[in-house]
Design a protein around this ligand. Structure first.
Ligand code: SF4
Length: 240
């Protein structure tokens, strides 16, 4: 019998989650509670739609000719459903698909080693390089995320780092300098994606009756985003 998992939603033509045009599978369930989350409806591990890995792989493969990049697993947290995630990845990779996994790195890497070994690309969301700030933003420190990065470095497989710039929290120049310096030691990092905070998911928090704490925070300015990009470029990173 095929393995089943919980899916939040599917996007057949994604252009922002990894290289090329990609099919994006948003997994249901997340152990974090990021203040800026724009998908709080993906948190509940009992929510979403139940899907069989075989059927979902078949559906995705029917788009194969249009997918110049491959498939991205996002969420929620895809590594929370590790058995289902690996089964789906195996079937897609057997059919020549490039798999990127967009993860917060919240799951201990030793529990998802097979997936970290096989994923063609890891999009690792480092919420903050400072463990205390990371806990303030997500409720969990960055220990597992950094261990996940170290593991990909050890096996020599590529990582793109994603980092949300949130005024009053991560928009902190000394902390960003420190982050660029720390990350510079990792040759597995191909790229840094700096994502300006936005409020597009605020209405979902209201609908779920979850208290949204960022209503007074405005998105970072273009000038700040440019200055921050420069910090990472100065440390020889490709930045977008
Ligand atoms: S890890 Fe992603 S899905 Fe989970 S709470 Fe944070 S932003 Fe939301």
């Amino acid at each position: 019998m095929s393995i089943t998992g919980r899916i939040h939603s599917l996007e057949s033509f994604g252009a922002v989650d990894g290289p090329g045009v990609r099919f994006v599978v948003f997994f249901q369930g997340c152990p974090l509670r990021c203040l800026f989350c724009h998908n709080p409806d993906s948190w509940d591990t009992n929510g979403g739609m139940l899907m069989e890995a075989d059927r979902l792989a078949e559906n995705i493969l029917s788009y194969k000719n249009y997918l110049s990049g491959g498939v991205t697993f996002s969420g929620g947290e895809p590594l929370l459903q590790s058995v289902f995630c690996e089964a789906l990845m195996d079937q897609l990779q057997e059919n020549g698909m490039h798999i990127a996994i967009d993860t917060s790195g919240a799951i201990p890497p030793e529990n998802v080693k097979n997936i970290l070994d096989k994923a063609d690309l890891l999009l690792l969301d480092i919420k903050s390089i400072d463990p205390t700030m990371c806990k303030t933003i997500t409720r969990m420190d960055n220990h597992n995320a950094l261990k996940t990065l170290q593991y990909r470095e050890k096996i020599g497989k590529p990582v793109w780092i994603r980092h949300v710039i949130l005024p009053d929290y991560t928009l902190d120049y000394p902390m960003l300098e420190q982050m660029a310096e720390k990350l510079q030691k990792f040759s597995c990092i191909e790229k840094i994606e700096l994502l300006p905070f936005h409020k597009m998911g605020e209405y979902k928090w209201e609908a779920l009756k979850e208290p949204y704490q960022l209503e007074k925070i405005e998105p970072p300015s273009k000038e700040d985003m440019e200055k921050i990009k420069e910090i990472f470029r100065k440390h020889h990173f490709e930045v977008s």
